[in-house]
Design a protein around this ligand. Structure first.
Ligand code: KIV
Ligand code: ZN
Length: 568
């Protein structure tokens, strides 16, 4: 099957002839007023809308994040919705700095019920809406423009009269011309002007005019033009807070909201994690974090992002994508080798409390409660940089480059063979099989070293080819002396030690590389022990065994199997 010819089924959305738009030159420098509609628009879109207890939990969480305007429901729609709103007010669950709102269609009896749900609140938003676009007028309501305007105006007058009976509440009118982005712009202005006039705002009072992209219709610049046009042409603009309510049908709700703010909007409605009808409302978490990563304080606190995401997912029953901006499991993770390399360098160079400059990470994961461990994960796409990062962050090990290259090849083979992610534990296993392996020709048993290199020899006890023998050697230090004591002396060409986090915190890791005195391959191994001399000797004996296997031309000492060196 093929998609139909779209020109026969769809038409492109007419672009508003706004030639002197200023929004492209604007930069967002302050956070907007946020309204969370998780408990209304988001809740309406759930397979199983929330009951009172879960709504209360969600409400408390939204308050804790910092929302100061929360649309708490649609009280005329159901008993649960009505009781929830009343419960918040009657049980004093709304703190003094939070304003609750409720949605109502532009019908007098439903407005009455909504006001009865909200009365007694310190401050309450009565949110009246009716759809205004041609498709609603022609197909759904079969009403002309005048009738649609009259519906809105009558509704607002009714609300104004009724709310005057409850002066203990500060009442705020919000009006939404539903399907605004699909409507004729002059008609949108006309109905909004009529509504504001009908409310007759007192001096200093503000009406919220909320412009929804009920269904996202076009590219976000078109919505921005519509918002800027309204911003510039609305009557009584000073008595209005201009709000937007973008949905995400084209996947550009975030862009639409941001451009709308540049175009003059002062307030944004949406849901945390973007719940809502169809593709959802604009995601307020992403919008807020976008501001944060531009150096603008969003006024919302997402520092415990994982707990929040788990809570919202539990409440809504909607899983969070591992790729969800800022909060997905994988969004601070790099698998690709080149990314890992740049991130590793960036993190190493990043000084605390300075401008964040880490490639591929637009946000410091620590700001949202993530650690750096998962920033780099290893699969077949990864490189030695990622491997080095995991060894260092998980085990405190920094390997010399040749050793890292060798290990990287082994991990790569494992990743190719399994086709899966390689966990830090598996990487440790590969490291251990290569460098901590005692199944080679010789095994360290013990040593005796007085610390007087000139007079006292190193006594090294080894099991070589199954026979326990005490060897003796002199040298400048224990390692040098032991290298001379070995059945075939070798030259130690690399030694380093550091503390190691693989086991007890008191353990030391020693890395040793040896080569034959006559020249030949350089072979690495490692030792871990609470005693640093013992760690070095373990590494030396393992490196020696690996060397013997290598120079004997066997398959290699990584596992010790097949080592065929014979004494003598
Ligand atoms: O999407 C929409 O148009 C709405 C309005 C009721 C504000 O949710
Ligand atoms: Zn909506």
């Amino acid at each position: 099957m093929m998609l139909q010819d779209p020109s026969r089924k769809y038409r492109s959305f007419p672009v508003l002839p706004l030639t002197d738009r200023v929004w492209p030159t604007r930069v967002i420098e302050t956070a907007p007023i946020w309204l969370s509609t998780d408990l209304r628009d988001g809740n309406q879109a759930l397979r199983e809308p929330l009951g009172i207890a879960l709504k209360r939990e969600f409400f408390a969480r939204l308050c804790a994040i910092g929302f100061r305007e929360i649309e708490v429901g649609f009280p005329s729609a159901s008993r649960t919705e009505f009781d929830f709103v009343r419960g918040l007010i009657d049980e004093s669950l709304v703190s003094a700095d939070v304003t609750i709102g409720a949605l109502t269609p532009a019908r007098p009896e439903l407005i009455t019920r909504t006001i009865l749900a909200l009365k007694g609140a310190r401050r309450a938003i009565v949110h009246i809406y009716n759809a205004i676009s041609p498709v609603f007028r022609d197909v759904v309501f079969k009403k002309d423009k005048a009738a649609v305007v009259a519906m809105a105006v009558d509704a607002v007058r009714h609300a104004r009269l009724l709310t005057r009976n409850f002066p203990e509440t500060e009442w705020v009118l919000q009006y939404s011309p539903e399907d605004f982005s699909a409507a004729e712009i002059a008609f949108s202005k006309g109905i909004c002007d009529a509504v504001v006039a009908a409310w007759e705002p007192d001096p200093g009072e503000r009406v919220i005019i909320n412009l929804p992209a009920t269904v996202e219709m076009s590219t976000p610049n078109v919505f921005a033009d519509q918002v800027e046009w309204m911003h510039r042409h609305l009557a009584q603009r000073d008595a209005i807070i201009l709000s937007v309510h973008p949905h995400n049908d084209r996947g550009t709700a975030i862009a639409a909201a941001e451009l709308a703010l540049m175009a003059g909007a002062q307030r944004v409605e949406g849901c945390v994690l973007g719940n809502g009808e169809r593709t959802g409302n604009v995601d307020l978490l992403v919008l807020a974090m976008n501001l944060y990563t531009q150096g603008v304080a969003p006024g919302l606190d997402f520092s415990d992002i994982d707990d929040l995401a788990a809570t919202v997912a539990r409440l809504t029953g909607l899983p969070v994508s591992p790729r969800h901006p800022y909060v997905g499991e994988l969004v601070y993770t790099a698998f690709a080798g080149s990314h890992q390399d740049a991130i590793k360098k960036g993190l190493a160079a990043q000084a605390p409390r300075t401008l964040w400059r880490v490639p591929y990470l637009p946000l410091d994961p620590a700001d949202v409660g993530r650690d750096y461990e998962a920033v780099i994960r290893v699969n077949s796409q990864s490189g030695k940089g990622g491997l080095a990062y995991i060894l260092e962050t998980h085990y405190g090990i920094v390997l010399p480059r040749p050793m890292l290259m060798e290990l990287s090849a082994a991990v790569q083979t494992l990743a190719d063979e399994t086709g899966r992610e390689i966990t830090p534990e598996q990487i440790w296993q590969v490291f251990s099989n290569h460098y901590l392996d005692d199944r080679g020709l010789a095994r360290y048993v013990g040593h005796d070293w007085s610390g007087e290199p000139q007079t006292n020899p190193m006594h090294l006890t080894l099991i070589v080819a199954g026979i326990t023998t005490r060897y003796e050697g002199h040298g400048n230090g224990p390692l040098d002396a032991a290298a001379h004591a070995l059945p075939i002396p070798v030259r130690v060409c690399h030694y380093e030690e550091r503390s190691c986090a693989s086991g007890s915190s008191a353990e030391a890791l020693a890395v040793v590389a040896v080569e034959p005195w006559a020249g030949g391959p350089v072979v690495f191994a490692a030792g871990i022990h609470t005693n640093i001399v013992t760690a070095g000797l373990l590494a030396l004996v393992r490196a020696w065994s690996r060397l013997q296997a290598k120079t004997a031309g066997t398959a290699g000492p990584a596992t010790g199997e097949g080592a065929s060196w014979a004494m003598g």
